[in-house]
Design a protein around this ligand. Structure first.
Ligand code: ADE
Ligand code: ZN
Length: 351
């Protein structure tokens, strides 16, 4: 826990979250509750004996793929529109309490469709959760649909066809596209055609890259049209690419506690926060899969403060970049930027 005045400063600092998987907000508690309600059989393995055994296992992930195994089992308990809506609502309440004003949230429809849940059910539930957060908490929200790299390109194409069929780009129901899941293994450019088509339509694009994979995963994502990179911590291994990222104003959505839990780094101190700040790389700080990694967004902010001892001025830069690179209207950006200035002024003497 960071020192109390800093904790107050960080809690009240207006935040934007750009990297959180709604399915990554399924706590062990909720998994067992929904499994029982929906009569979903969890695996007969020791980890799934109880909430406690599952929580214990979550503390011992060995890699991204080891985590994904549990993440995909977890999401199998989501069956009905209301399950998706309740899950999103639970996340937004937590985010609001942590000082989030704007949230861009990922979801993985392919994985649900693969087990027989209709695309329309998933969307209706998550949209209901977003609308409730906007109405009751004053949050602005955006849904970003992620294609997953462990399933086939044909599966992604079926989901892409569903977006088009439902007019979900035009209605802004799906605000942007991303890709996630296993990084190293599948072809780096597997979504080349889909991204080219989405680009032509003017759809916003992001991609998980440079989490476990080397910087060529980042350059491939940029080549395919991504204008934001999720994680991207291995960018520091390629100075030329880092200069390009700075030049083009690409935002990295960094997730420090996730990187530690998935053994991408040994401790938060190894996340290149200081290098990014010094080089002028824009980044936001995010939770990724908070129910699996033992921390929501504020825990990530506090962990960064403990590891790097940043100044108020440096936090202001992080908060301002998070707003300016959000996928929202100018008017909303100005509103959030004003709130940051007000908050920072109130903590001017904090050192
Ligand atoms: N899906 C959910 N969390 C992820 C992560 N950290 N990396 C890649 N895919 C994911
Ligand atoms: Zn992620």
């Amino acid at each position: 826990m960071c020192q109390s005045t800093w904790h107050d400063f960080l809690r009240g600092l207006p935040k934007c979250e750009h990297h959180v998987h709604l399915e990554g907000c399924l706590t062990p508690d909720l998994i067992f509750h929904l499994a029982s309600k929906n009569s979903v059989q969890l695996p007969p393995t020791p980890e799934y004996t109880s909430i406690e055994t599952l929580t214990h296992r979550y503390g011992h992930f060995t890699s991204l793929d080891d985590f994904l195994h549990f993440y995909f089992i977890g999401m199998s308990v989501l069956q009905h529109e209301s399950d998706f809506a309740d899950l999103a609502w639970a996340y937004f309440q937590k985010a609001h309490a942590d000082g989030v004003h704007h949230a861009e949230v990922f979801f993985d429809p392919q994985v649900h469709q693969d087990r027989g849940i209709a695309y329309e059910t998933i969307i209706a539930g998550f949209v209901a959760g977003c609308q409730r957060a906007e109405a009751e908490l004053g949050l602005s929200t955006r849904l970003i649909l992620c294609f997953v790299r462990h399933l086939s390109v044909e599966s992604a194409e079926r989901t892409y066809a569903k977006i088009l069929e439902n007019g979900h780009f035009e209605s802004d129901t799906v605000h942007g596209l991303g890709w996630s899941s296993s990084e190293v293994g599948p072809p780096k450019d597997m979504f080349r055609e889909i991204y080219a088509s989405a680009r032509e339509r003017g759809v916003r694009l992001t991609a998980h890259a440079g989490e476990e994979g080397d910087p060529t995963y980042i350059s491939t994502a940029l080549e395919l049209g991504a204008r934001r990179i999720d994680h991207g911590i291995r960018l520091v291994e390629d100075e030329g690419l880092m200069e390009r990222v700075v030049r083009e104003g690409i935002l990295l959505t960094v997730c420090p506690l996730s990187n530690v839990q998935l053994k991408c780094v040994k401790e938060v101190k190894e996340v290149p926060i200081r290098k990014f700040l010094d080089a002028g790389v824009k980044f936001s700080i995010n939770s990724d899969d908070p129910a699996y990694f033992g921390g929501y967004i504020l825990d990530n902010y506090c962990a960064v403060q403990e590891a790097f001892g940043l100044s108020v001025a440096e936090w202001r830069v992080i908060a301002v970049n998070s707003v300016s690179e959000s996928w929202i209207e100018e008017e909303r950006k100005l509103e959030l930027l004003e709130r940051i200035e007000e908050h920072v002024c109130g903590f001017a003497e904090l050192v």
